[in-house]
Ligand binder design. Structure first.
Ligand SMILES: [Zn+2]
Length: 418
């Protein structure tokens, strides 16, 4: 299997080719989930997979599975993949590398005529990013039973379009019920989205788990009033309360440094007019930590701060936890396959915990799962400047291919012993 080598140039070419679908002037991609641009990249992916002889099925959350048969087609496939949707000012590699790297790995098998024991699949999960429809990773979440499909398809974007309507509109509502698709294992290649591998000068991150995270939606309500005619002491300034809460979320995370993380990344001010005291502010809070017990403490401190900050300002406040992703530990056998794959490929590697959420975190609830990270320049991601080199992308795809083959061999051995 050492002679199976992915084609770095071909992978890079496809990364750059698909980057034009939603390409931004600053060199990034704006390809929000379930938009027409998403349809275009899905059509591209389907055509490429079918050209390799794969059968493509789509489930009723829009997740795509491109399957190449193995020797034993009664066995659930070993899958690899990630997502093709991006942030509004996303980079060229987040998610896309995991799908196109998987496609390149599969193409390498096809061209070598290498027959695996289990079928092999490349997966494109719908709405990983969560920027158009919250929460993130919603298709893999339904796949893993974390959400019901009915709830997921009723999520609305900020203009009131539901996930279900958007899915129908691009023609990617498939027949297969989401979650009725057993996998023998799942491997996800992804850029690190942080600075650790680059700082440690490592080619590959052997991802052993994902930190836990919780999202909250908050509305602070005061009273809109004229900024020129309303005395300060009579104001109910919702933005002032929101600003103090932003400070507090930051302070709560810093009090549990360095592992705790907290941020407000989205805020809407109403009526958002220069001469009106803001009457209502909507914002989202994101708290993260690798340990669920500490996450509970962060949440308790945050919850206590709501009334403490808003009461003295005569504001009312409501907060709801819209998402709870417990910390994840990946499957030991899958992680071992990644470790052997990196060694076999002659690449330097280290174990790492993922700071970001990934589809693999949900899939790990229903199938043995692991992830492979490659470095990204300066740790920059969710940004048009995101960059991973041709060689780094190729290294990741090569390890992905070898990890899948390693796992396939262990599956074959397990069945031979029966
Ligand atoms: Zn991603």
């Amino acid at each position: 299997m050492q002679n199976l080598v992915i084609d770095a140039e071909r992978l890079w070419g496809e990364l750059m080719e698909t980057a034009t679908i939603g390409g931004t002037p600053k060199g990034g991609i704006c390809r929000l989930t379930l938009t027409d641009l998403d349809r275009q990249v899905r059509d591209w992916f389907r055509a490429r997979a079918e050209a390799l002889g794969c059968t493509v099925t789509v489930d009723d959350m829009g997740a795509m599975f491109a399957r190449r048969p193995g020797q034993r087609n009664d066995i659930a496939p070993i899958a690899m993949g990630s997502h093709l949707d991006t942030q509004p000012t996303g980079g060229k590699f987040d998610g896309v590398l995991g799908v196109l790297g998987a496609l390149e790995a599969l193409r390498t098998l096809v061209q070598a005529g290498y027959e695996t024991f289990a079928p092999i699949e490349v997966v494109n999960w719908t709405n990983e990013e969560g920027s158009r429809f919250a929460p993130a990773m919603v298709a893999s979440g339904v796949f893993a039973g974390a959400f019901t499909r009915d709830w997921a398809v009723s999520r609305e974007d900020r203009s009131g379009v539901t996930f279900g309507a958007a899915l129908e509109a691009i023609g990617y509502r498939g027949a297969e019920p989401c979650g009725q698709h057993p996998l023998s294992a799942f491997f996800e290649l992804h850029i690190e989205q942080g600075p650790i591998l680059e700082a440690e000068k490592k080619d590959i991150g052997i991802v052993t788990g994902v930190q836990g995270m919780r999202w909250y939606e908050v509305t602070v309500t005061g009273e809109s009033a004229h900024t020129g005619a309303t005395p300060m002491r009579l104001r109910k300034n919702a933005l002032l309360g929101a600003a103090r809460l932003v400070e507090r979320v930051n302070a709560i995370a810093e009090a549990h440094a360095p592992a705790a993380l907290g941020a407000v990344g989205l805020m809407e001010v109403r009526p958002n007019s220069r001469n009106v005291v803001p009457g209502e502010v909507f914002f989202c809070v994101d708290l993260r930590h690798p340990d669920a017990a500490v996450l509970d403490r962060l949440e308790a401190a945050y919850t206590a701060s709501l009334r403490e900050i808003c009461d003295p300002l005569a504001l009312s406040v409501s907060s709801s936890r819209i998402w709870d992703q417990p910390p994840v530990r990946f499957d030991a056998a899958c992680v071992a396959s990644v470790r052997r794959a990196a060694a076999l490929s002659g690449l330097s590697a280290q174990e790492i915990i993922s700071g970001a959420g990934h589809d693999a975190a949900y899939v790990s609830r229903v199938a043995p799962t692991a992830m492979i990270f490659v470095p990204c320049r300066d740790g920059v991601s969710h940004n048009e400047a995101e960059f991973t080199s041709r060689e780094q992308c190729a290294a990741g795809a090569q390890v992905l291919l070898q990890a899948v083959l390693d796992y396939d061999r262990t599956l074959a051995e397990r069945h031979a012993r029966k």
